[in-house]
Design a protein around this ligand. Sequence first.
Ligand code: 6R9
Length: 658
Amino acid sequence: MSNESLANLLKEERRFAPPAALAAQANVTAEAYERARADRLGFWAAQARRLTWHTEPTETLDWSNPPFAKWFADGKLNVAYNCVDRHVENGLGDRVALHFEGEPGDTRSITYAELQREVSKAANALTELGVQAGDRVAIYLPMIPEAVVSMLACARIGAPHSLVFGGFSADALATRIQDADARVVITADGGYRRGKPSALKPAVDEALTRPGTENVRSVLVVRRTGQEDVAWTEGRDVWWHDLVERQSDRHTPEAFDAEHPLFILYTSGTTGKPKGILHTTGGYLTQVSYTHHAVFDLKPESDVFWCTADVGWVTGHSYIVYGPLSNGATEVLYEGTPDTPHRGRWWEIVQKYGVTILYTAPTAIRAAMKWGDDIPAKFDLSSLRVLGSVGEPINPEAWVWYREHIGAGTTPVVDTWWQTETGGIMISPLPGVTETKPGSAQVPLPGIAATVVDDDANEVPDGAGGYLVLTEPWPSMLRTIWNDDQRFLDTYWSRFEGRYFAGDGAKKDEDGDIWLLGRVDDVMLVSGHNISTTEVESALVSHPKVAEAAVVGATDPQTTQAICAFVILRGEAELGEEESAALVEELRAHVGKQLGPIAKPKRVLPVAELPKTRSGKIMRRLLRDVAENRTLGDVTTLTDSSVMELIQAKLPAAPGED
Ligand code: 6R9
């Protein structure tokens, strides 16, 4: 972003008060903000008592060597004990922990007592394979119960796990195995995706031919699809059903230091090799447990929670595994895609299990909007009482659609801002407290300190935009980048002295509420004004014919950058040339009216699909390449690389050439 703060263009006036019944029973009330403001560390020390410690911590935060934090450093605990065993000891062994729904329709409900036996067996199996506390285990699995069991088994024996999303290639897997120097890989023959089995084991076999992966002694393989042609390396490969099933279902968890590493999770960012984000034990579990309780108002005895993310992403780590299970929740684990075998699959699952809290991503909400209101309307969604969003800024129109068509017009929507690096939710409304504003994550949670600053690190006044920063350490913060302290300092702590730089643009509205405006690398500079991609996209999505939009700034001789918009239209209709030209004009005028003439896109291109990362984020970098007629950059993290060919084929000559 350049010398001028982000322009504040979008005006969103809709407001929704918390439902009175929810507010009256809410887990967390407005008082928590006061308490945390008066004594932030005391507040977190109190939240740490949500957990069962083997040795209670007497220290809260050691910030003597910033930004290398230590939280609850003299405490000891076992994460798996906190997520499983203690609930069984408390008489909740018969409560369902996981309702697993396989894509082909196979199901399995696992109680906490069963989960304890499964995790114990898996922990014993890893120990038999020679895994010791501190050894890294790579997990490359589909969304099946064994993924959760494997993570908890690693946590139980103090072996940091490194999940690699099942959709990643052998290359991506190899890089991550090398960097973490993993000793064991847990995988499956395959998983189900869009109605078909899709193999995983071949990618592991290929990855393990690469230099730097020699320390992998064993590959533990779950049989999921029953594919017949699984290549086998004797002495290295072992079936889960052979090794794990014969283990004792008892295992005594050992207590680890609060700062013992819990997991590494790689995040790619825009450039350079993936960063291994390191999270540790006590602070991480404290914050994910507290935020899951506070933000979703979880009532473990009656709620059915469903986070639709993959366990391979941080959202799955924190809000499928560690947050919900530490709170004794009952939750849904779904293997497949939302449109297999039909576009109502998710809503069918909500109806079937009586899901009360749904946590998903804007990309999924916009897809559902595009498929049509009539699809969710066919299902009984009345069990839902809290809806959450994460992963990208949610456009006000999508937010309102979500509340209206999924939440019956009454359910609060919480837009939760956080990152792999932050470990847990940082900025979000509280469903029983906050009067919500569609499109805004609004306020830092109790105990969290965030603000928006300008280029010179000065806090911007209400009504202005700039960079989002976190101004105080928090319990689930990343501790470093694995093997690269210097990169940790450079990436997050050098832009603004003493503050964590998140890399996101943001603004504060007149009430001081925070609106996220996209990655700062994506901010556009148009005739001397910094304009956020998010605001222009939201203006486009507010037009009834637009389902989704991605906006980039393309180099322009007159205005520095020109706004170039790629839009997906609602419904399936193919437009003729004339209709299309008329619609483009209509959309440009619409944005001009919503945001002002400066934000009017120079070009609007209707497309069938947008390039997305495998966690659903739009890859604007690739669209910028297209808009500037460059050869495409790295497409390896793209869900479907044919999307880019389609978009390029549709593109008329660039400005200046026509
Ligand atoms: C949890 C997760 C982090 C980046 C983050 C920001 C974007 C996430 C958001 C949001 C606006 C929200 N992001 N939640 N932007 N509003 N509610 O997504 O982690 O994959 O590391 O991505 O995602 O740009 O910096 P991660």
